[in-house]
Ligand binder design. Structure first.
Ligand SMILES: O=C(O)[C@H]1O[C@H](OP(=O)(O)OP(=O)(O)OC[C@H]2O[C@@H](n3ccc(=O)[nH]c3=O)[C@H](O)[C@@H]2O)[C@H](O)[C@@H](O)[C@H]1O
Length: 447
C-alpha cells in the first residue's frame, strides 16, 4: 500500500508562495498607487503653474510676441472670448455715450500713448475697447496700473495678442467698430538689435493680422495707426516733411514702421480700407515708457547712477523733436475725427478710400544734453553725465518735424515746450514711485 503522499511540505510551500504573492501584490498595489499619486500630483502642479504663474502676464503695446506667448493667447481667447459676461463687458466699454460717437478699438491700450488716447476718447463720450497683451518689454506693473486707471473710467482692456486672429474676429463679431486706433507695437529703436523677431511679429505680422480682420468686417472700420519719425532714417533734409525720402531706415524698428506704411497702402488699394499713419516724434510725458531716455535718465539721476549722453561721430549734440503726450493725443483724435469711412465691405472694395500720412512732432528739436540739464533742475540733483559717441545701434542724430500738413487737415498745433512737459512728467514720476526728498517743492504744488 502506498502510503499517502506527505503533503505537509507542499502545503507549506503553497502557503509560503501565496504569502509571497500577497506581499508582492500589496507591494505592486502600493507602487502603482504611489505612481498614480505622483502622476496626479505632477499634473496638478503643472496646472497650478500654468494658471497661477503664466496667466495673465502676456507680454504691449509693446509686445513680447514669441511663439510660446501666442499659443497661450490663443488658448486664453478661446477660453475667455465667448462668455456672456465677457461679451457684456466688451459691448459696454465700446458703446458711445454721445450722439454720433465713435466706437473705437484701441490696440496697445495699456501702453503709454494708448492709455492716454483711450481716456481722452472716453471722456468725450466715445466708446473705447482696449486690446493689449501686457508683454514684459518693460515693467508690466506700469501697464497694469494704466489698466486700473482705465477701468475707473469704464474702459475694458481685452487681454490678447494682435496675432490672435480668432480673438480679433470675435471682437468684430461682438462690436461693429467704426474706428481702430492701432497703437500696439514693439517700440524702441535700440532694442531691435537684441530682439529683431519681436518687431517682425508685432509691427508686421500683427499689423497684417489686424488689417485682415478689418478688411472682412462689416462695416469696415477706419484705421488710424502709429508710424514713427524714425522712418526718415538717414534723410538729411530738415525739417522732416512727409514728402521727404523714407527709404533709408537706420534701424529694424524704423524698417518695420516703414513696411507698415507700405502695407497700409496695399490694404487701402485692394480692399478700400481708410488708413491714416501718424509719424510720432519721441513722445514723452506722465505714464511714459521706462525704456525711453528721459524716463531712465530721471531714474538714474535720482539714484546717483551714471547716464550716457550721446554725441554724433563728429562731436555734435544729438537732438530730438521731443513731443508732449497731450499734443500727440490731440493729433490722434484729430486724425480719427477727420478719417473718412472705409469704402469696402466683407473683403470687397467698393471705391477709392482715404490714405494719409502725417508728422506729429513738436517742431522744436532739443539737444539731449539740454534735456538732462532741465531734469537736473527739476530734480535738484546733478547728473553724472558720461558723454560718449553714439553707438551704431540704429539711432539717428537729429529729428525735426514739419507739421504743416497735420495743421492744415485737422488743426494740429503742439503747445507744450520740453521744460513744461518734463515738469509734468517729473511731478507724475515722483508721485507714482513715491519719491519725496530733493525734488523741488513747487513740482509737488504745481498743477
Ligand atoms: O520718434 C520715434 O519714432 C521714436 O522715438 C523714440 O525713440 P528715440 O527718439 O530714440 O527716443 P529715446 O530712446 O528716448 O532717445 C532719446 C534721445 O536720447 C539719446 N540717448 C538715448 C539713450 C542713452 O543712453 N543716451 C542717449 O543720449 C538718443 O540717441 C536720442 O537722441 C521711441 O523710443 C521710439 O519707440 C520711437 O517712437
Amino acid at each position: 500500500m502506498l502510503s499517502p503522499p506527505d503533503t505537509s511540505k507542499t502545503m507549506k510551500l503553497e502557503r509560503y508562495n501565496s504569502y509571497i504573492r500577497k506581499v508582492n501584490s500589496t507591494k505592486l498595489l502600493n507602487a502603482s498607487s504611489k505612481l498614480l499619486f505622483r502622476a496626479t500630483l505632477l499634473i496638478a502642479l503643472i496646472l497650478v503653474f500654468l494658471f497661477t504663474f503664466n496667466y495673465p502676464p502676456l507680454s504691449s503695446s509693446e509686445n513680447n510676441t514669441n511663439h510660446h506667448f501666442h499659443t497661450r493667447t490663443n488658448f486664453l481667447s478661446s477660453a475667455f472670448g465667448g462668455g456672456a459676461a465677457w461679451e457684456k463687458q466688451v459691448r459696454h466699454s465700446s458703446t458711445p455715450r454721445r450722439p454720433n460717437g465713435m466706437s473705437v478699438l484701441v490696440t496697445g491700450a495699456a501702453g503709454f500713448v494708448g492709455s492716454h488716447c483711450s481716456l481722452a476718447l472716453k471722456k468725450r463720450g466715445d466708446g473705447v475697447l482696449g486690446l493689449d497683451n501686457f508683454n514684459s518689454y518693460y515693467d508690466p506693473s506700469l501697464k497694469r496700473a494704466r489698466q486700473a486707471l482705465l477701468k475707473q473710467h469704464q474702459i475694458f482692456i481685452v487681454e490678447g495678442d494682435l496675432n490672435d486672429a480668432p480673438l480679433l474676429s470675435k471682437l468684430f463679431d461682438v462690436v461693429p467698430f467704426t474706428h481702430i486706433l492701432h497703437l500696439a507695437a514693439q517700440a524702441g529703436v535700440r532694442y531691435a538689435m537684441q530682439n529683431p523677431q519681436s518687431y517682425i511679429s508685432s509691427n508686421i505680422a500683427g499689423f497684417v493680422n489686424l488689417l485682415e480682420v478689418a478688411k472682412t468686417a462689416k462695416p469696415q472700420p477706419a484705421i488710424v495707426w502709429a508710424s514713427s519719425s524714425s522712418v526718415y532714417g538717414l534723410n538729411t533734409e530738415n525739417p522732416f516733411s512727409e514728402l521727404h525720402r523714407t527709404d533709408q531706415p537706420a534701424s529694424l524698428y524704423a524698417a518695420t514702421k516703414k513696411a507698415g506704411e507700405e502695407i497700409a497702402h496695399t490694404y487701402n488699394h485692394i480692399y478700400g480700407l481708410s488708413l491714416t499713419g501718424l509719424r510720432f516724434f519721441t513722445v514723452y510725458g506722465p505714464w511714459g515708457r521706462p525704456d525711453m531716455a528721459y524716463f531712465f535718465f530721471t531714474k538714474d539721476i535720482l539714484q546717483g547712477k551714471n547716464i550716457d549722453v550721446y554725441q554724433t561721430k563728429d562731436g555734435k549734440e544729438v537732438a530730438r523733436d521731443f513731443t508732449y503726450i497731450d499734443d500727440i493725443v490731440k493729433g490722434c483724435i484729430g486724425a480719427l475725427d477727420t478719417a473718412e469711412k472705409s469704402t469696402g465691405s466683407g473683403g470687397k472694395k467698393k471705391g477709392p478710400a482715404q490714405l494719409r500720412i502725417y508728422n506729429l512732432g513738436n517742431t522744436s528739436p532739443v539737444a539731449v544734453g539740454k534735456l538732462v540739464g532741465i531734469l537736473e533742475g527739476l530734480l535738484s540733483t546733478k547728473a553724472k553725465k558720461h558723454v560718449i559717441k553714439m553707438p551704431a545701434n540704429g539711432d539717428v542724430p537729429y529729428t525735426h518735424a514739419n507739421v504743416t500738413l497735420a495743421f492744415k487737415d485737422f488743426g494740429y498745433k503742439p503747445t507744450t515746450d520740453l521744460a513744461s512737459g518734463l515738469r509734468k512728467f517729473v511731478k507724475w514720476y515722483v508721485g507714482y514711485y513715491g519719491i519725496q526728498p530733493r525734488v523741488k517743492k513747487d513740482i509737488h504744488d504745481s498743477a
